[in-house]
Ligand binder design. Sequence first.
Ligand code: R1P
Ligand code: URA
Length: 233
Amino acid sequence: MSTHIAAEKGEIARTILLPGDPMRAKFIADNFLEDPVCYNQVRGMYGFTGTYQGREISVQGTGMGMPSISIYVNELIRDFDVKNLIRVGSCGSFSEKVKIRDIILAIGACTNSRNNQLRFNGQDYAPTANFTLLSKAHNIANEKGIEVKVGNVLSSDLFYGDDPDAWQVWSRYGVLAVEMETAELYTLAAKYGVRALSILTVSDSVVTGEATTAEEREKTFTDMIEIALETAE
Ligand SMILES: O=P(O)(O)O[C@H]1O[C@H](CO)[C@@H](O)[C@H]1O
Ligand SMILES: O=c1cc[nH]c(=O)[nH]1
């Protein structure tokens, strides 16, 4: 048992999927895992362990934003020895070329968070994906005939910002989409010497204003989930 996770040691697999939405965690457990056991309901942040194609795997909701995912990832690594962490999240497109329901493998994550400036005495740190997980996920997507985009994302502290045009400078520098957790996930993975990857499905477009519904975000991102489960070791 850690501060925010009610599992006993050994109840969480060394590989874990991390959706922000705890209901997406339950959906993945109910629909993709065999014999799922719920090990956490603290704060409604569901965590389950089951098997997928004979391999033990867990799925844990992380909540929204970097302070929240930071708590879960710290505890998963430090208290439960988790080694492979694969975020399965939603994101908003910053590019006309990135459409609703497209899948992005986040090779790196920019951020407007101050977390790393605090860690690195005001200097920048470049959070990056684990190459082994990234290339494996890319190969699996290719084998399945699922098109994925590989690129940089922005992990933002603000969902509702004040400047409606703020996305444009990121877009000009090739950032594909915005979400709210990957920079912290990748930084913590580097700190602890474990592996992390964010796989994201585009839920809306900051460019065109198109959007998916909450139910679609909970239940229809199955290509991303299958890529993540098959990438898991
Ligand atoms: O769908 P999830 O994984 O929660 O990810 C995205 O959705 C939330 C905002 O609606 C933020 O957590 C953002 O990163
Ligand atoms: O626009 C979006 C969509 C999903 N998640 C975000 O953080 N922003």
